[in-house]
Design a protein around this ligand. Structure first.
Ligand SMILES: C[S@@+](CC[C@H](N)C(=O)[O-])C[C@H]1O[C@@H](n2cnc3c(N)ncnc32)[C@H](O)[C@@H]1O
Ligand SMILES: Nc1nc2[nH]cc(C(=O)O)c2c(=O)[nH]1
Ligand code: SF4
Ligand SMILES: [Mg+2]
Length: 261
């Protein structure tokens, strides 16, 4: 969808919860194949909200986090655009961080009423009560922190708040307790594994539902084909070594880093 067709509304600070519940700041809306996780390969409509509470240095959706866009769509416009992709019965709500916005709950309810299967791609720091069929949770590891050496924009100004906010065990526990879920970790190399194992121990301690190794997916870090060529076989080996699942990034294999894919 050409986002330029929609109204541009400055939400003030797009990192904060949007003021109105009538719609959402939308960065892009498109039809593609789910590229990641247990539903990889499923034709799906993607609704990408703008604004994030974190700043991963590697974020592949720069214009929702580091430089968020402000195009606004009303709920009815979003639903109509989703319905225009007649072959899809799966919708992926992503971002940015979709759980920041009140309007995400309204959208999920409208989609649920119309019989869609909904996946929410979330960093797991915010819990909301909504009709979510699959919570696709991607907790952020220390290796995501935008230190001054890895800041894509400035000089590490976001490092401290990112580091403070990236894990909220209570929110994670509520998400896994209330929804079908997958835990999808972005992995670069073996240095990421001790933190994943420690987080799983902590989450298993506080959560009232089992978290099976089968619920844990390792996804190679890489926003481009070239970068994935460096990380994917290392991450596949780590998945086998630990008995976790590996998820490809099919959309990157197919379309590299093109927008609306
Ligand atoms: C752009 S995020 C939006 C949803 C939410 N903010 C989150 O991080 O889960 C969508 C997915 O892309 C993943 N991701 C972002 N940049 C990536 C990269 N460079 N390599 C691999 N995965 C990446 C995130 O971990 C998440 O699973
Ligand atoms: N094809 C495709 N699959 C995806 N799965 C999760 C995505 C996301 O950005 O959240 C994504 C995406 O951006 N494109
Ligand atoms: S949490 Fe998600 S959207 Fe936010 S910066 Fe990280 S990868 Fe990007
Ligand atoms: Mg993506």
């Amino acid at each position: 969808m050409p986002v330029s067709d929609s109204v541009d509304r400055e939400t003030g600070d797009a990192d904060q919860e949007s003021a109105s519940a009538d719609g959402l700041p939308i960065n892009e809306l498109f039809y593609s194949l789910q590229g990641e996780g247990t539903l990889a390969g499923v034709p799906s409509v993607f609704v990408r909200t703008s604004g994030c509470n974190l700043r991963c240095w590697f974020c592949d959706s720069y214009h929702t986090s580091w430089e968020p866009t402000h195009a606004w769509m009303d709920l009815e416009e979003i639903v109509a655009e989703v319905e225009s992709h007649e072959r899809a019965d799966h919708v992926v709500l992503t971002g940015g961080e979709p759980m920041l916005h009140d309007g995400s709950v309204d959208l999920l309810e409208a989609l649920d009423d119309r019989g869609y299967h909904t996946t929410v791609e979330t960093n797991g720091t915010i819990y909301r009560d909504a009709p979510i069929d699959l919570a696709s949770i991607s907790p952020k590891l220390e290796s995501s922190t935008p230190t001054s050496e890895r800041d894509p924009k400035g000089n590490g100004e976001w490092a401290e708040s990112h580091e403070n906010d990236r894990i909220d065990l209570e929110a994670l526990a509520r998400l896994v307790e209330d929804y079908e879920f997958q835990l999808k970790f972005v992995v670069t190399d073996a240095d990421d594994m001790p933190e994943i194992l420690e987080l799983l121990d902590d989450l298993r301690d506080v959560s009232s539902v089992p978290i099976r190794d089968d619920d844990v997916l390792l996804m190679p870090e890489g926003a481009t084909r070239d970068r994935l060529a460096e990380t994917r076989s290392r991450v596949a080996d780590l998945a086998m070594e630990h008995g976790f699942r590996y998820t490809p990034r099919l959309h990157v294999d197919l379309w590299n880093d093109a927008p609306e894919t």
